[in-house]
Every structure is written in C-alpha cells, then in structure tokens.
Design a protein around this ligand. Sequence first.
Ligand SMILES: C[S@@+](CC[C@H](N)C(=O)[O-])C[C@H]1O[C@@H](n2cnc3c(N)ncnc32)[C@H](O)[C@@H]1O
Length: 255
Amino acid sequence: MATAVARLAEAGCDTPRLDAELLLADALGVDRAQLFLRDRDADPPPGFAERLGRRAAREPVAYITGSRGFRRIELQVDRRVLIPRPDTETLVEAALELPHRARVHDVGTGSGAVALALKDERPDLAVSASDASPDAVAVARENAARLGLDVPVEHARGLPPGEYDLVVANLPYVREDEWDGLAPEIRLYEPREALVAGADGLDAIRELIAAAPGRTAVALEHAPDQAAAIRALLHEARTLQDLSGRDRVTSGTVR
Ligand SMILES: C[S@@+](CC[C@H](N)C(=O)[O-])C[C@H]1O[C@@H](n2cnc3c(N)ncnc32)[C@H](O)[C@@H]1O
C-alpha cells in the first residue's frame, strides 16, 4: 500500500492514501471500512495494478470504480456523464421543502443525481428529468431503473414543455477561459459540454431562463461569483450557500 500511495502522490493526486484505499477496496469487492481486517502484507488482488495505473494517469476514482455516492443514493457513473459533486447537494436541499406532491423537473440531469436523490428523499414529489445529451439520458435512465425510482428522463435541450412547480438545474457554468486551468481529472476525462458555457459561463443558464414560461420557479446552481448576475435575471431571487459557505444556488421566478 505504501508504494501505491507514493505512486499516486508522485502523479499529483491530492488524496493519494484515500484513493489507493478506495481502489484496493474496489478490487477486493469490499467496503473501504473492511480494509482494516485485511493482512497488511497480503499481495495486492488482481485488478489493483490496473486501477492504480488509471488513477496515476489522473482518471477520477469514480470513473474507475464506476460509482459515486450522492446524498443517500449510489449512482453509477462513467465518462458519458459528469461525476456528481458534493456542492450540488445544495440544489437538492432547495427543493426538499416543496409542498406535498409538487411537480419538479431537473434540467441537465447528467447521471440523474439531483432528480433521483430528490425522489429518494421525497417519494411524494412528481420528479422528472431531461438532458441535451443522449448519453446522459441513457445513464440517468439506467440509474433510475437500478435504484427503483420512478423518474421519467427525456432527451431535450432546455426545459421540456410541461407544468412544473419548480425547475432545478445544474447546467454547465464554467467560463471558456477557465478550461485550460482545470485539474487533469476534469479536463482529460469529464465531458466538456457538461461543464463549459461560453465566455462568462452563463450561456446555458441564460438560454434556460429566456425560454421558460413567465413565473416559472427555478433553482439554479452556479459558481460563487455568478450569484449576482443570476439574481439580476430573476424575480424575487435569493441565494443559498453550499457546505463551504459559498454562494451556490439561486432560486427565484422567471420574469
Ligand atoms: C454540470 S452537468 C450536471 C449534471 C448533473 N445535473 C449533476 O449535477 O451531476 C450539466 C449537464 O447539463 C447538460 N446540458 C448542457 N446544456 C444543456 C441544455 N442546454 N439543456 C439541457 N441539458 C444541457 C449536459 O449534458 C450535462 O449532463
């Protein structure tokens, strides 16, 4: 294990011990917590060297293991979709207090993270989802079926026609000029079209707001420095902070 940790540290991974443990647990088919029961001097299991090589090439752990935890659910992920981020849990929280049986639509659902976590925590809500990427639609549908969550997912750019009490969206919001400076885990492996949205990062969000019917209630994830610009696009806007206290989700109604 020490050699594996050193190799990942040398490759520039931020959390080499955690990553090596997650990959070892995955190769063994056990939880990370069960690793302490294992003989520290045991030979590495088959498949560990291959996983380690991929991580040393800076592939994200979630793509190597094929799964990522998000709130109470485990999502299957691969390079067709963005890996769900802890910051996005704030978007789920923005919808948790909706009235009984409210209708929620998740635009740009990716792996299905927001829509599926919401349906898992509030089964009474009528949750639907969509994405402009056919690949993402396929992954979200697979996750919905595997988790047994009744969330229809359709292929659409922007908001599909329908009656919604709240539209939630974690659309791309990275600026074009930020891309080259992003970590190799993102730049080399995650879909660019899931992340980048024009010169100021607001193209996809502006397009959604411009096309949505007046008075549609929305909750939108964004970068901390985009909060004021998004509040200016909405009526009765307010911004929620993420787990690190940064402005992360702005909700309001379309003018
Ligand atoms: C930042 S990812 C977020 C994925 C997921 N919501 C999450 O939080 O993990 C953005 C997603 O929006 C989709 N997307 C990009 N532009 C879109 C548009 N105009 N309409 C619908 N979906 C879009 C991308 O395909 C991608 O899956």
